[in-house]
Design a protein around this ligand. Structure first.
Ligand code: BTN
Length: 255
């Protein structure tokens, strides 16, 4: 659906100057039974204890980037379909960047790259009840105006500014804009205009390193493989000399 222009419906967004982690903030509100409606969102202008995937940290220049989180209650998803939520979020961000004339790639499972450098990371933390995902806190960090990266990060990370020359004046407005693209993706999925297969097709079309040889690590071995696709369970299909093997998120990483 490329016709969406990004108008936001009324959005409940709180903006704070400084906060440890926007994911932790929402998780603790929810743990204290605060009745947060779906899409309640919190943005920090300076996030001091940002968390990333695989227990990493997310540290970016203050007041230059987007660091925000929001709440979803995706009872329309079974626990086993958690990768669908992953795709919805990655593709919503992808749509937002496309609307700016940028052509990003998606690095499995959910980094967004421009010119092969990471500009956006996603941390989805789910709570399940029975076979359903009861609650998700979705955290997104986008490097927007940051001009410099240090400690070797300049080779792998970048920002919208560095890749396009565009400066974003109003980060709060941009956050609302991105949220609107995410809402559009999720609404279209909920009302069945988009199926999991549609998402999978688009996701695979934009997949970084697809059909290209690269090096991977699994347990304590490293190997060369060609990434062929990602399936609905979020498994990576890696072709090696002895055939195609599949890997879940915890089982493999890019080198
Ligand atoms: C990753 O690529 O490893 C995921 C990074 C996720 C960072 C965002 S910034 C807003 C939200 N709050 C956090 O503590 N982390 C996420």
């Amino acid at each position: 659906n490329n016709t969406f222009s990004g108008e936001s419906r009324r959005q409940n967004l709180i903006v704070l100057d400084e906060l440890g982690s926007t994911n932790d903030y929402l998780k603790s509100e929810l743990a204290n039974f605060k009745p947060l409606p779906e899409w309640s969102a919190i943005m920090a202008r300076h996030q001091t204890a940002g968390r990333g995937q695989r227990d990493s940290t997310w540290t970016v220049e203050p007041n230059s980037n987007l660091t925000f989180s929001f709440v979803l209650y995706p009872d329309y998803l079974n626990l086993q379909d958690h990768f669908t939520l992953n795709m919805l979020i990655s593709l919503g961000i992808h749509d937002w960047l496309i609307s700016k004339g940028i052509t990003p790639e998606i690095k499995w499972p959910n980094d967004i790259l421009i010119n092969q450098k990471k500009v956006c990371g996603i941390l989805i933390e789910n709570k399940s009840a029975g076979m359903k995902i009861k609650q998700s806190v979705v955290g997104i960090g986008v490097n927007v105006n940051q001009k410099q990266f240090f400690d070797g990060l300049e080779n792998t990370a970048s920002s919208l500014f560095k890749e396009t020359g565009i400066t974003t004046e109003n980060l709060e407005e941009e956050c609302l804009n991105l949220l609107a693209f995410l809402q559009n993706r999720i609404e279209n999925f909920k009302n069945k205009k988009l199926t999991t297969n549609d998402l999978l097709k688009t996701y695979n079309n934009f997949l970084f390193l697809r059909d290209k040889p690269a090096r991977y690590a699994s347990s304590d071995i490293t190997f060369q493989a060609i990434l062929r696709k990602v399936d609905a369970n979020g498994q990576l299909y890696l072709e090696q000399s002895d055939g195609i093997k599949t890997y879940f998120f915890k089982e493999v990483r890019f080198l």
